[in-house]
Each structure stands twice: as C-alpha cells, then as structure tokens.
Design a protein around this ligand. Sequence first.
Ligand code: PPS
Length: 301
Amino acid sequence: MPSHYARYAHKYYNYKFLPDDVVIMTHPKCGTTWAQEIIWTMRSGCQFNTRLELDVRSPFLEFDSLENPNLKPLEGLVEEFKARNPGKDPMEEGLYLEIANNTPSPRTIKTHLPFSLLPPTLLDTSKVVYVARNPKDTCVSYYHHQRLVKCTEFQGDFAEFLDYFTRDLITQGPFWHHVGQGWEKRHHPNVLFLFYEDMKEDPMRELRRLNDFVGTALTENQLRQVAEHTSFSSMKSKSSTNPTQAAIEVGRFKEGEGEFVRKGIAGDWVNYFTPTLEEKFKQWVARWRHVSDQIPFKYSM
Ligand code: PPS
C-alpha cells in the first residue's frame, strides 16, 4: 500500500461493519465494478434508471489510502465532510471512509483489502462476496489501469509491469496472498466465492447464486433484467459505471490511456504475453504453488 495507508490502517482493521452490509472483496481488476453494479442493483429493488455514480451508491472503503495525497481533494467532498464533522480534519479521518459511514443501509461496500487487513470478526457480522479472476488477465487489466489513473501514473510498458507484478511489488498485492485468503474462506456460510470467468460464461447462473446468497428473492425475469443492465456493453456505455470522461475532467485519469471499463473478456492476455513473459509468469506461479495449485482458474473461455 502507499505509505499514507498507515494513517488509516487501524481504522480499516477496526471498521464497524453492519449486519446488513454486503462486502465485495477483490484483488484489483478482478470484476469488482461488475459485481458492485449487479449487487447494488439487486439490493436496490432493481433501480435501473439511477444516474448516481456507482462509487456513491457503493462506497470504496479504503480509497483514502490509495488516493494521491498530492492531488487536491475533489470539489465538494471536503465541504460536505466539514459540514458533517465540524472541527475534524478530513485527511485524518478519511474523506472516503466518511462517505462509507454515511451511505444508507443496506450498504454494498467495495474493498480491495484482503481478509487479513479487515476486522477478524468481519464474517461474524457481514456477508462477503469474493470475486477472483485469472492472474494473467488481471495483470493485463491492472497494467492498463495503472497507466490510466493519476494516483499511480505508471509509465512503463507491459513487460515492465509484469516484472513488478511477478515480483509482488504492485500496489494492493501480492495477488496470490489476497486470493489465497479468499479461497481459504470459500466454504464459510457468509462467503460467496465467484470467478470472473464463470460470470462471463453464464451470468444468469452466477446471478441466481448471488440472489440466494444475498437474499434478494428476485424473480427469473428480474434477474434477466439485471443481467442485461450489467452486461459489458451496457456498463461501458453509461457514465455511472464507466466514468472515464468525468475522471479525466477532474484530473483523476490520464487522457489517451483507454477507458476504465475497457475490454471485458477472458483471455485477452494472449495479446500481451510473449514466450519470455510467459516463462517468467510460470516461475512466479510455481513460487506460489502452495496457493496457486489449489485454485482452478480458467485462462480462456
Ligand atoms: S477495479 O478498478 O479494481 O475496481 O477494477 P475491476 O472492476 O475489479 O475490474 C475491471 C475489469 O472488469 C471489466 N468489466 C467487465 N467485464 C465484463 N462485464 C462487465 N459488465 C464488466 N464491467 C467491467 C473491466 O473492463 C476490466 O477488465 P479489462 O480486462 O481491463 O477490460
């Protein structure tokens, strides 16, 4: 994590989750936004017409610790914070933590923090939907993301990014550590473990599993509507789920680095991996074999 994570670490570790919170936990670029839009829509009684940005409806718990502290906070957020917390320091308390605290229940919370950095009692309180994606596509997607976002502004090419990724030096990693912790807990009654590739293969099947797990009791017809509403093309076309242009305008994304909702397929890695990179990746997977051997990732559809 960036060094200013230290300022908030204890707040995340002691965060007061609520019994009706659903926490979407992922390593970055594994299908978080997709799961957020699905679960928020299901839990909101199928509000298909909201224009509110997804991050407002489904707060990102630890974003304070990822945001570039050298960038000016987004207009309005500080004022709102100060109005609600007279005399308190927004940076110390966390602007985004404050948004999470003020989100009306039932909350659908996004986090890239692994189980070990959240309260040990999390599963006694709330439900967790853990979404995992094969590490090759995750690496490609993360590469584009890190070039796009101003909090990182990665300047290198894919080979350089893969080098960091396979040395476990990427923000919010190591990948296997994160996914391994989720996988270990997959049989807990308050955990639903999903694979991105399964969601691509048969969205309705995974939506039915979510419907049972979250307890939304939607009909087949409603689930079909949710599937359409959260299809890749639908989410790419809406600024509430693909806020690329708005983020460029407020100086959070770089221009010319593609879109936040980018390609949305399983197997894009074949367009990036040379035999040399493939070999390096294989060695990394082997170094983590105590975890990687256990998780049946699909690398193509
Ligand atoms: S983040 O920034 O960590 O929250 O990113 P995250 O949402 O986890 O992952 C982003 C990738 O998910 C793709 N995406 C989708 N795929 C399929 N269907 C839908 N509806 C969808 N919405 C987002 C998004 O395009 C990123 O993958 P890549 O491979 O980069 O396209």
